[in-house]
Each structure stands twice: as C-alpha cells, then as structure tokens.
Write a protein that binds this ligand. Structure first.
Ligand code: ADP
Ligand code: MG
Length: 679
C-alpha cells in the first residue's frame, strides 16, 4: 500500500464508504492521513461525577452499577437506562439510544469513562447518549474528525489507525535542516501524533508542523509566481515638478496624499524598481496617488498601466484620470474586454507608438498583443480581487517595472508580505476635508416602514440609495435568487412604488452586473437592491443612503466596506442597519459601527470581537484555500515560513534540487488547485 492507494482498499471501507470519503476530499490513503482531527476527546483526566462541569462536553469516570432492559419506544427507537456511581456519592443516570451493540459490550461493576454533557440535579446527574470507553482503554486522547453523513468517528479512528500502520515510512517534504532549526517533528511521527497523541502538547506540536509546512508551500507558490524583483535595476527617473499637477486639481490634496506621493516619487528616482502598497480606507483618495505617479512617468517619457478588477471601475478611473491628467497634456485610454475590435486596434497601435501615457483596464491588459512602447509603471487597484495567476502574469509584464498596489483592506504586515511580496507601505490615513462621517443608525424591523419613508424623502430630493437584501436561508441553488428578486419586486410594488429600482445579485454575469451598476451610476436607477455584491470602489456620489437588512450577518469590516459606498461627497449620508438581534456579541458589534468610522480601527475591533477565524477570508485575498493553517492565527509561524521560503528560493529558485522534489510537488498541487480562478 502506498499513499496513492485508493481509500477503498482499506479494511472496512469499500466502494460505498469510499464515495462518502470522496465528499470529505479524501481519495487516497495519503489523503486520509491528512484528514486531521478538528478536536480531541481528552480522557486523561476524567472528572468525578460531582465535579463534572454542567452543560459542556467532559469525561466522567465512574462505576457502572446497573444496565436497564431495552425499552422499545416505537419502531426504530430503542432506549436503555444505565446508572453509574462513584465515591463522591452522586449518582449519574445515563440514557442511550439505538446502540444495542455498545450496550451488549458493557459489563456491570466495571469502571468506564463517559464522555458527554452533564445535566440533571445536584444529587442525580444525567447524561444523554454519551460516548463510553473502558477506563483502562489505553489511549487517553481520542481524535474527533470532520465527518459526513454515513461515516462515524469510530470508523474514522479505525481506518486511520489502519492507514498509519500501513504507511510507516513516508518521505518528508520538509527538509531536515528546517525541521531541526524550527524544532518540528518529522512527518511520520507528526502524523501519529496528530491523530493519536499521548497528550495534547504532542498534538499541538504536530499540528504546528503541518501548519508550517502548508504556509511554506504557500510562500513558495506565491514566491515562484513573483518575478525576482530585487536584482532588477531601472534607470532612475529625473525629478519632476509636481506643482502644475497640483495646480490643475479641482481640490487641494490632503497632507497624507502629498506624503504618499512624495514617498512614491522618491522610489521612482531610485535605481531599484518601486514596489509599494498604498493602504487607505475607502474614500481616502488613493486614485490621486496613481495619477501623480503616471504624471511623473509621462514627464520621463514612460508609460503607465493601471489594472482594476471590473470594467465599471476601469471606466470610472478613466473619467477621473482624464480629468486630472488630460489638461496637463497626457493621453489616457481604456482597454477592457468589451472594447470593440476597431477601437482596440486603435488603442493598441497608439500604445505601441508611445502615444498613450496611461492605459487603464481590466485583466484585458494582460492579453496577447498588448505591447507598450516603454512601460515603466504598473498600478493595480484592489489587487486582492485578482486571482493569483493573474497577478503572476501582471508581474511578468511588469518585470523591471515600477509597481504600485492600492488597497482598502487593512491587513497585518506579515500577511501583506506573503500576499504582495516585499513591498514598502504607504498609509493614507486622512480623509479629504469636508467629509462628514456617515451617520449610522441601528433599527429593528419594526421601524422599517419609517426608514422607508425616510428613504423616499431622500429619493424625492434627487438622491440615490442602496438597499442590501435580507438574509436568505441557505437552500436549493435558486432560493437566494428567488428571494432577492421577490424582495426587489415587493419594494418596487409597495414601499418604493413609482421609483426606479434595480437589482444586483451574485448570479448575474459580470456583464449584467456592470450594466446595472452603470444605470445606477448614471442616475437612471434611483435605488439599487443588492444581495451583498455592491462593487468595491465604485463611486456613486449621488448615493447618500445605504440600508442593510439583517446587518448582524456581516462582519464589521464588511459593514464598513458597504457603508463606504455612501458619503463619497460633501452631502450628509446615512447608513441604516436593520437588525432584530438585541443582545450579545452581535449587538455589541453593531454598536461599534455607530461610533467608529475608521476602517483600520474597525478591523481591529472586528478581530477582537469575532476572533480571527474568518476575518481574512482567503477568497478576499485571492489565495488558495488552506487546510490547516489560518492566516490570522499564527503570525509567528507565518513569519518563519516566509523567511524559510525566501532562503529556500534564494538557493534553489525553481526547487529543482532532489531534496526539494516533494516540496515542489506540493507547491505545484497548490498552484493547480488555484488555477486561473479570478475572484
Ligand atoms: P479611494 O481611496 O476609495 O479609491 P478615490 O480615489 O476614489 O478614493 O476618491 C474618493 C473621492 O474623493 C473621489 O471623488 C475623489 O475625486 C475625491 N477626492 C480625492 N482626494 C480629494 C481631496 N484631497 N479633496 C477632495 N476630494 C478628494
Ligand atoms: Mg479606489
């Protein structure tokens, strides 16, 4: 048996269970070994009956004193009542259901460990359907696995034990020197320890190893996608007087904008290509930084490419950038998937002749035949929304180029290093003057009717509104769609009768989405109802209200992004959060939205209140889904993995050395899993 052997050759598996394993992503015996426990049952320090905590899973060791007769409640439901005691004098009444075989194995007057939740009274505790283990069973820590219907924990444990016995000498993808350096257990030992540890510390050590390995593979994958920037040199730009640029703006730049522009300018005057991330909250004015850079490039006779995730964003940038730059004599053009052939030809010709200074577009910029005359700078906006592969192509195009990345998503340093590579950071921490914070109100659904009246009043004054649909029960594929359509129809037939209401939902094609957004942006639609997919970065200055139904289902950072769709001009704007949740952490979270308006502060609170779990949604960053590691959980391990990958790739950039063959295979598997999936 090898790790490639199909799972169905394990004893007790067969074709039927193999298809259940398939649902868990387990095809081979090797896969099975990498199906890790989600938790453990610790039988090593069982409680006495009296000391057992109430209502939480725990292990209780006690003497089984009585096993009642099987009681048939009805067809298909049998019940047994058991009694256990210990020296504390408290009784434990146990009820078991439909486990004839288990009951037959039990022997009265023996000690057992019962694992379950304790309820009942002070003198007579109860446990319903506990797991039961002989008190001298040997293995004190038992793994609990993610399951699927038809597979039980017991089966998994037995299959796992078998697999571990069959595959004893698996080669380790982690080079030995790394293991030694970081004190990580060897693969076979770690597999044993993560499935059947003798104590929890062992399990933790083993898990640490697998997390490290996964992060290392991730870093190698991303590293291999990036061009080796550091060695590249460019001829320094000559300094450019920015005064004419500033003078031609319709507003004066904020201090933070000026600082960021100066930081970029300094990079551009150097002989190492710029590699910089501009992080700024929604509405902080990142586009202006891009414009200033394009201006510097143009004055040096070089071209700039700016890539954004959607066509509508590209069009929006075209308008703004043209306003900023054309009065100064720069030529700005657009290239997207829907650029007509004749126009495309024209743009490409002009581009190759150097007649275009700034080309804005979607990933169409990456397609064949897009040749610049002298490309000097590549800018990406909201880069995390591009797939990993697209980023790689982009960085190939931008080889020996300056690179500027703009993002509204605050992320910790190490994570940004992993995602974007080693780039310098500029922070736009100041909003343009005159912006009023979006007034945020919290209402329950009883007040919806009044909120609707408020919205109508604003629409009558010529303003626009976003409404984010209510929570939709998970169900069949089309439920979401149907209820969104229904919700929008209800609105336009009742509360918003006579107003122009459009709907944006996740099952529309990108083209359809763009078209709806465009109609909203142009004012043709007054109200945009959406599931959650209001495009990030789209600027509709006329929109001054956003109402979010079932606000409790969103994380704070998401709410902040949604709220950022309004308040993008001088006008006072409103965010109405509708929720009937009145207590607990969720209510607390919504309260934060009322007082806090800074995206970074909100991200921190989000992290504190929700825990790191789903905060940095992987998809959000265009990263492959990780199995064991959690990008927010272990910064230290992540930093170690990043540095290890750097050193590894420096010595062996393509991972060609024999001792890296397994690591390379893992890397390739991760890359192919990502595919070309754009986000
Ligand atoms: P984001 O950082 O979200 O990409 P944008 O660059 O789209 O922000 O800017 C948001 C809005 O603020 C735009 O309408 C832009 O023209 C305007 N803006 C940018 N900088 C300033 C400024 N210094 N003063 C006034 N308005 C500004
Ligand atoms: Mg933007």
């Amino acid at each position: 048996m090898t790790s490639q052997t199909s799972i169905r050759y394990l004893k007790g598996v067969g074709d039927k269970r193999a298809s259940l394993y398939h649902k868990l992503g387990v095809e081979t015996v090797g896969d099975l070994l990498h199906h890790f426990p989600r938790s453990y049952i610790d039988l090593s320090n069982p409680h006495t009956i009296r000391d057992a905590p109430y209502q939480e899973p725990c292990a209780v060791k006690a003497l089984l004193t009585r096993i009642g007769k099987e009681q048939r409640i009805r067809k298909g439901l049998s019940l047994w009542k058991l009694r256990a005691e210990d020296e504390t004098g408290t009784l434990l009444d146990i009820t078991l259901f439909n486990v004839k075989y288990t009951v037959e194995q039990l022997v009265p007057d023996r000690y057992y460990i019962f694992y379950g939740r304790v309820t009942g009274t002070l003198l007579r505790r109860e446990m319903s359907a506990p797991e039961i283990y002989p008190a001298d069973g040997g293995q004190p820590i038992l793994p609990v696995y993610p399951l699927t219907a038809g597979l039980t924990t017991r089966m998994l444990r037995s299959h796992m034990a078998q697999a571990l016995k069959e595959l004893k000498n698996l080669p380790d993808p982690l080079p030995e020197h790394l293991r030694r350096e970081l004190d990580l257990p060897e693969l076979n030992r770690a597999l044993r320890d993560i499935h059947f540890p003798h104590n929890l510390a062992q399990a933790t050590q083993a898990r640490r190893r697998f997390i490290f390995q996964e992060l290392l593979v991730l870093c190698c994958a991303l590293g291999s996608l990036r061009s080796q920037k550091t060695q590249a040199t460019v001829s320094p730009m000559h300094p450019v007087d920015l005064q004419p640029f500033y003078d031609s703006l319709p507003f004066s730049p904020t201090g933070a904008q000026k600082r960021c522009i100066a930081e970029c300018a300094a990079d551009l005057m150097g002989d190492v290509p710029m590699n910089r991330l501009i992080q700024g909250d929604v509405g902080s004015g990142k586009t202006l930084i891009a414009a200033a850079c394009a201006y510097i490039l143009a004055k040096n006779g070089k071209q700039t490419a700016m890539m954004v995730p959607t066509e509508i964003l590209a069009e929006q940038h075209l308008v703004t950038m043209s306003q900023f730059l054309e009065p100064l004599g720069l030529k700005v053009e657009l290239l997207t998937g829907s650029t007509k052939a004749a126009q495309r030809r024209k743009v490409l010709d002009a581009l190759a002749l150097g007649q275009i200074d700034l080309l804005i577009g979607t990933h169409a910029l990456l397609s064949e035949g897009v040749e610049f005359f002298d490309l000097g700078l590549v800018i990406t906006d909201e880069q995390h929304r591009f797939g990993v592969k697209q980023r790689a192509t982009l960085s190939q195009k931008g080889k020996d180029c300056h690179v500027l990345v703009m993002s509204a998503t605050p992320i910790p340093r190490t994570l940004s290093l992993i995602i974007y590579g080693d780039l310098a950071l500029s922070i736009l921490d100041e909003k343009p003057p005159g912006r009023q914070p979006v007034e945020t109100v919290l209402i329950d659904s009883g007040k919806r009717a009044r909120a609707m009246g408020f919205i109508r009043k604003h629409l009558d004054e010529g303003k626009q509104a976003y409404i984010v649909c209510p929570l939709i029960e998970q169900g069949e594929m089309n439920t979401e769609l149907r209820s969104a359509v229904e919700y929008a129809r209800n609105l336009s037939e009742r509360e918003l009768k006579g107003y122009r209401v459009g709907l944006l939902h996740g099952r529309m094609s990108p083209r359809e989405k763009e078209s709806v957004m465009r109609r909203f942006k142009s004012g043709e639609l007054q109200v945009l109802v959406s599931t959650t997919v209001v495009e990030v970065g789209v600027d509709v200055p006329g929109a001054t209200i956003i109402m979010i139904e079932n606000a409790e289902r969103f994380g704070l950072s998401q709410l902040h992004q949604l709220r950022g769709r309004v308040g993008r001009a001088q006008e006072k704007s409103w965010c109405i959060l509708v929720s009937d949740v009145k207590s607990g952490k969720t209510a607390q979270r919504l309260q934060v939205m009322k007082r806090e308006h800074d995206g970074f502060a909100i991200a921190e609170q989000d992290l504190a209140l929700r825990g790191p779990g789903d905060f940095f949604g992987y998809r959000q960053h265009g990263l492959p889904a990780l199995k064991v590691a959690d990008l927010a959980d272990d910064m230290e391990l992540m930093e170690q993995a990043r540095q290890a990958a750097l050193r590894l790739l420096e010595k062996d950039p393509a991972l060609e050395q024999p001792e890296h063959a397994l690591l390379r295979a893992e890397r390739d598997a991760m890359l192919s899993a990502v595919g070309d999936r754009p986000n």
